[in-house]
Unconditional design. Sequence first.
Length: 95
Amino acid sequence: MQDLPHKQQLALFFGKGIHFFGIGKVERDLAMSCFCRNLGLLIKRGIPLDSALKVLIGTSSYPGLDRSIRGVISGLQSGLPLGEALRAESRGLVS
């Protein structure tokens, strides 16, 4: 693990499900930060939103994020605006 960049080391450490002294919130925030950064990069490269979301499934070790991404995709496919689909799936992920 020593040869990994610092951010990847943190991601591996927090991805182990260690929950003490508020680490669970840090883990969640790190997962959301990575998700948002990666989604933005994919969209910037011209990947359609639904495809970009599908690519991000399975990229986080945070419990519930994949389920939420699938829910957002489902909401978009049923005609919800992105904001509403995100809000409907943000329970427990956004404080």
